[in-house]
Design a protein around this ligand. Structure first.
Ligand SMILES: Nc1nc2c(ncn2[C@@H]2O[C@H](COP(=O)(O)OP(=O)(O)O)[C@@H](O)[C@H]2O)c(=O)[nH]1
Ligand SMILES: [Mg+2]
Length: 198
């Protein structure tokens, strides 16, 4: 979290991470459409023609909050990483300076291995930036819960949430648990950074 006390501004960078086609972009689009025009910036996407995220999606949200009796501006920066294995470089770049991660998994049973791979990749990227994966603010989403062929929840949990991070079952295309996930992550980020405002 970047804090500028002169400008009374706090910037939180949030990254949606997870396997390709799991629903990261959909999450971001849902959040964007949920917010009122005066707080949100333009939704930006750089996609390939085959409709997969090549680089990243991004938009920002500006709000304000009362802290220590004064009003402070809070800017959220929301990003997605490209999920495909080969875009490791881009994933690292997007993750630079991240304050928290939403890990969007794909609950379909044939996607279990991809989820596990991506979850391990997340730990690697965090360690690359000298962040401790054990304490780094992370919220897990088990997305596509509307589909018939999904892995049972306990099995998914065991596979990709070994540290008991806060987690949600979601249906990103319907917006189900999308804002709840983001709100939970913001409070995790504030909790972890609380000592900076004491
Ligand atoms: N059935 C279903 N489809 C979803 C859900 N979330 C996303 N999708 C679809 O899955 C595909 C990939 O989603 P996208 O957000 O582009 O995934 P990304 O690669 O992680 O950014 C798109 O066709 C979405 O419409 C969901 O909860 N349920
Ligand atoms: Mg995408």
């Amino acid at each position: 979290m970047r804090v500028n006390f002169q400008k009374k501004e706090m910037i939180m960078k949030i990254v949606y991470f997870g396997p390709s086609q799991g629903g990261k972009t959909t999450n971001l689009q849902q959040v964007h459409s949920h917010l009122s025009p005066e707080v949100k910036g333009r939704f930006m996407s750089i996609n390939t023609q085959e409709d997969r995220t090549l680089f990243f999606d991004f938009f920002d949200v500006t709000t304000s909050a009362k802290i220590r009796g004064g009003r402070i501006k809070i800017r959220f920066e929301l990003y997605t990483v490209p999920g495909q294995v080969k875009y490791e470089e881009t994933r690292r770049l997007v993750m630079k300076g991240a304050d928290g991660v939403v890990f969007v998994s794909d609950s379909q049973d044939d996607k279990l291995a991809e989820n596990i791979y991506s979850r391990a990749d997340l730990d690697e990227v965090l360690m690359h930036y000298r962040q401790d994966p054990k304490t780094f603010p992370t919220v897990i989403q088990y997305n596509k819960q509307d589909l018939p062929n999904i892995t049972p929840l306990d099995k998914l949990r065991k596979a990709i949430n070994p540290r008991n991070n806060p987690d949600f079952r979601s249906v990103a295309i319907k917006g189900y648990n999308v804002m709840e996930t983001l709100n939970k992550l913001s409070s995790e980020i504030i909790r972890v950074n609380r000592k900076r405002f004491a």
